[in-house]
Ligand binder design. Structure first.
Ligand code: DPN
Ligand code: ZN
Length: 471
């Protein structure tokens, strides 16, 4: 049982009076939710990291591009992709690479417009000093699980998605340079953007986006903004990873990074936590870049942001006039309470509950006494949205039993109830839920989440990661 402290006393007579509330409608999940980007399972991402770690262990402790550790890494990624239905190409690097370097690995999902390609890449090689788990097992594993998730979900694609795992990055961005250089100019022109993932699980890391103000970066930034992370430009990594090979040919690029040997500033430590004055990755290019040198929270947030970007770029309808980025502010409750109003004391990091991502959440009700708590903010649904879905994560934790609804949770827009849940919907963890806000396109509405309890047996409604999506 998880119960909150509250100044409340409950008389037995009142307790006996409970149990006669009207039945509530089940939460309706609109069809549009099928177009929402999936949650990429970080446990599976870490499973790939375990395999890469074991591969290094069998091959002298590293995955350098010229060694068997690299070739075995290629075989692992290739095998998993093929099993999921990808056609995978090994591209030998025949010029500009270190002698003996293994191949690039390219995999394309055979759907969507082949003239509009969105590429997502990570270097799969490491340095000889260690197993290269953060640099760059992290990017490689997150990309692999994203590719497998795309195949498993198999959404109708508008544009083409191509994944790449690069060889010989550590010796000079050589694999990616060879790839881009080798394309015909016609094929290069089909690549509308390239997204790079190099070191996305730094233990003392920050949330960095490459070319953060560019239009290529918009979905990457929007996703981390939606978690309240306030990402910054990836200045440390500029020109230092495989996105640079694409930049050289004028292809728009972006990506995520959590940082290498540069030191976290005190402003960054206040914003993101961690240790000011210490390197983002204390094991950068060292033997200690092992499985313990992984920031699981950061890896999870990057993995989900990659999926969000794939969906925004290739799955969803054109968003012309429907830019939902930032429509819900502080939806992850990570940055204070504003602009939420109402019972903002429900927002924070409290013992007894935990966040869906980050450390903070909104915990509505859960006292075990008659009580209503509500938070709201105004949200503008852009006029150009042909679909708009409000997504949120909800954990319902109750001491009630059975299927009678006593304690209720509602989502309202301008006072109209769009979803109602109750203690009868309780489960052990967070569940992503959504309401359709398409009807509100072009309007600014007050969005409210409310928890209402009857006089006994607590039900807490824990909300996190609220965002508006254009699908
Ligand atoms: N990941 C680094 C490497 O491959 O050596 C390059 C890099 C450095 C990337 C600093 C980002 C920031
Ligand atoms: Zn790297």
């Amino acid at each position: 049982m998880i119960r909150r402290f509250a100044v409340a006393s409950v008389s037995l007579a009142v307790v006996l009076g409970c149990g006669t509330l009207p039945a509530v409608a089940a939460d309706s999940v609109p069809a549009a939710v099928t177009a929402a980007a999936p949650d990429v399972d970080v446990t599976k991402v870490k499973g790939h990291l375990n395999e890469l770690s074991a591969i290094a262990g069998r091959n002298g402790g590293n995955r350098r591009s010229t060694g068997q550790g690299y070739r075995d890494s290629v075989a692992y990624v290739k095998g998993r992709l093929q099993a999921a239905g990808y056609t995978v190409t090994e591209q030998p690097c025949t010029s500009g690479c270190t002698s003996g370097a293994g191949p690039n690995l390219i995999a394309e999902w055979p759907q969507g417009d082949a003239a509009n390609v969105y590429m997502f890449g990570a270097h799969l090689d490491g340095v000889s000093a260690g197993p290269g788990m953060n640099d760059n097992g992290s990017g490689s594993a997150a990309l692999l699980e994203n590719a497998l998730t795309l195949a498993q979900q198999n959404p109708t694609l508008r544009n083409r998605v191509r994944f790449a795992w690069w060889t010989d990055e550590e010796q000079g961005l050589n694999g990616s340079d060879f790839y881009v250089r080798s394309l015909s100019s016609a094929d290069r022109a089909k690549i509308k953007a390239y997204y790079n993932f190099d070191m996305i699980a730094s233990t003392n890391g920050g949330y960095f986006v490459n070319h953060i103000t560019s239009s290529a970066a918009a979905p990457m930034k929007a996703y981390w903004d939606s978690l309240g992370l306030r990402p910054e430009e990836n200045t440390e990594g500029a020109g230092r990873s495989d996105d640079y090979s694409f930049e050289q040919y004028g292809i728009p690029t972006s990506g995520y990074a959590m940082g290498a040997s540069a030191r976290k500033t005190s402003a960054q430590a206040s914003k993101w936590g961690g240790t000011a004055g210490s390197a983002y990755d204390p094991c950068y290019h060292r033997s200690c870049d092992t499985l313990t040198n992984i920031n699981t929270t950061g890896l999870d947030r990057a993995s989900d942001g990659i999926a969000y970007t794939i969906w925004q770029r290739a799955v969803l309808a054109e968003t012309g006039g429907c830019d939902t980025a930032g429509a819900v502010a502080n939806g992850g409750f990570e940055s204070g309470t504003a602009p939420w109003t109402g019972d903002t004391g429900s927002i924070g990091a409290r013992s007894g509950q935990s966040a869906h991502t980050g450390t903070r959440f909104a915990w509505l009700a859960g006292y075990g006494s008659t009580r209503t708590e509500s938070i709201s903010q105004t949200v503008t649904v852009p006029a150009g949205c042909t679909r708009a879905t409000l997504n949120y994560w909800l954990r319902i934790d109750t001491d009630e039993s059975g299927s009678t609804p006593y304690d209720r949770f509602t989502v309202k827009a301008d006072g109209t109830t769009l979803a109602t849940l109750s203690n009868a919907d309780a489960g052990s963890g967070y569940v992503q839920r959504s309401v359709d806000l398409t009807a509100y396109a072009g309007r600014t509405v007050t969005l409210a989440f409310t928890g209402t309890e009857d006089s006994s047996l607590q039900t807490g409604f824990v909300v996190d990661d609220v965002s508006l999506q254009s699908g």
